[in-house]
Design a protein around this ligand. Structure first.
Ligand code: SAM
Ligand code: SF4
Length: 478
């Protein structure tokens, strides 16, 4: 049968698997990149239209260095147009590293006897959250191994504890989750605890490769994981995060897998993923991975730019797995969220620097362990506007109602002002004097730009709220 890229061989049905490896390989092997086509696709994306899988494959198959540069420039421009210079900050918080699965790439795998297994007690969790609040964090992602101890009720319990911790002016205003897939009832339980995004990575979209790496436990079931976010949607969670662990299989296949997953969620639930993640494998205790599929820096930057163009409205996350230099470079191709001040060892935020750091207490090694303020300072220095905003989620602007990018002017009227307000809070409460000075200058510059850009933005009201924050008010948002 002749390969037909327009025809998807597996129709989209709720709770049904949707990945067809033949379709994806067919696109990779049969799609031709020409300069005209590439430029036409960049223009389509700059017009804020999503790309199809076939169109994404054209960009993937582009190898001419000048055209790749054009793709990167397109992504830079799209980021500027849609997101402006905002970067949202968060921190991961590891709650427990017990795990019943045997993923070949992960330090938490059950066969890793050297791993010291711990689950934070309620008190330990409070200590961690207080330490994070002391640094100025407002958004966390809680991370768990897959273990019978980490039931939906346990996860919900930990989420509620985190929301309840208030130290000084600190509080956590959005708690996201990265944990094993649940049943619909389980998703309802964690939703009721008030989570923001539920994030699960498929790791690899190739069913064949998935088998190589998942050697034990419930995670061996590819389809159960693939349909996890369908169950999340059915359970009422409409902010979901997808991802792939780069280094397990051919990155070209994984990028198309992410697009296929996005298409599936859009077709079935009328809303795509809230975020896409594309972590690269890092060293871990007892890791057992062939180097064959490792993604080099060049391909990594290219694939980030392609994803940006393919899904203009989806948040894209770049974590501290990457080193500061690469993060700095790749952010410009369309990243909207990064973590800062990250520590992965269980209980490490509340410990003193250097205490007990050890690969046997963490899932994998990170490459950017700079404190939050150093990252804030660098962002400000480079004229990015760091944001701790949680307004949409708290005002019910989630999922289908997440209008951030569909309503013209939304960013200027809401996201940028909210970024300025949350940055102001940070500057007043947590920043060293030198960072604060640079931060206030940046805010002033942003306000001036806003005024000249768009008369609908209420600059006096933003100024008024910033003054209120300077006088000690908190948590003001639009
Ligand atoms: N146990 C849950 C699960 O597997 O979905 C929670 C997630 S795990 C603690 C978080 C993510 O870390 C995994 O989904 C995987 O993509 C990533 N990860 C695992 N080992 C890694 C490594 N060696 N380097 C980078 N990322 C890794
Ligand atoms: Fe367990 Fe998740 Fe690590 Fe797999 S990736 S071993 S499920 S913590």
């Amino acid at each position: 049968m002749k390969f037909n890229p327009e025809k998807c061989s597996i129709p989209d049905e709720r709770m049904q698997p949707f990945i067809d490896p033949e379709e994806i390989w067919g696109l990779i092997n049969n799609t031709v990149s020409t300069p005209e086509r590439v430029r036409q696709l960049i223009a389509k994306s700059l017009d804020k239209q999503r790309l199809t899988m076939e169109e994404t494959a054209v960009l993937i198959n582009t190898t001419d260095p000048e055209l790749v540069e054009e793709i990167k420039e397109g992504a830079r421009e799209l980021k500027r147009r849609i997101y402006g210079n905002r970067i949202v900050l968060f921190a991961p918080l590891y709650v427990g590293n017990k795990c019943m699965n045997n993923c070949q790439y992960c330090g938490f795998r059950v066969s890793n006897k050297a791993q010291i297994r711990t689950t934070l007690t309620d008190e330990g969790l409070v200590n961690e959250v207080e330490a994070l609040e002391d640094n100025g964090q407002k958004r966390l992602i809680l991370v768990y191994g897959e273990h019978r101890d980490y039931s939906p009720e346990f996860i919900a319990h930990t989420v509620k504890i985190v929301y309840g911790v208030k130290k000084g002016n600190g509080e956590i205003r959005r708690v996201n989750i990265n944990a094993a897939p649940l049943e619909i009832e389980g998703f309802k339980t964690v939703k009721a605890a008030g989570i923001g995004t539920y994030q699960i990575f498929q790791e690899t979209y190739s069913p064949e490769a998935y088998k190589w790496y998942h050697l034990g436990g419930k995670k061996m079931d590819y389809n159960y994981r693939l349909t996890a976010l369908d169950r999340a949607q059915e359970g009422g969670i409409d902010d979901v995060g997808i991802g792939t662990l780069l280094g397990l299989y051919d990155w070209r296949f994984e990028v198309l897998g992410l697009i296929r997953h996005t298409n599936h969620l859009e077709a079935c639930y009328n809303v795509g993923p809230h975020t896409i993640s594309f972590p690269r494998i890092k060293d871990a205790s007892t890791i057992n991975i062939d180097q064959k599929y490792m993604v080099n820096d060049e391909d990594f930057a290219k694939l980030v730019a392609i994803l940006r163009l393919a899904v203009p409205y989806t948040g894209m996350i770049l974590t501290a797995r990457e080193n500061p230099k690469l993060r700095h470079e790749v952010i410009q191709f369309g990243i909207s969220q990064i973590d800062g001040g990250t520590k992965l060892e269980i209980g490490a935020y509340a410990e003193k620097e250097g205490e007990n750091q050890n690969l046997n207490r963490e899932q994998f090694a990170i490459n950017d362990d700079r404190p939050l303020n150093v990252i804030m300072d660098e962002l400000i220095e480079n004229e990015y506007l760091p944001s701790f905003c949680t307004a949409c989620y708290r005002l019910g602007r989630t999922g289908e109602h997440f209008m951030e990018f569909s309503v013209p002017g939304f960013i200027k009227r809401f996201c940028t002002p909210n970024a300025m307000l949350t940055l102001s809070e940070y500057l007043v409460d947590y920043a060293p004097a030198e960072t604060a000075e640079k931060g206030w200058q940046l805010i002033e510059k942003e306000l001036t730009n806003l005024k000249s850009d768009d008369v609908k933005v209420n600059v006096p009201e933003i100024r008024n709220r910033i003054e209120r924050i300077k006088k000690g008010e908190h948590d003001l948002y639009f």
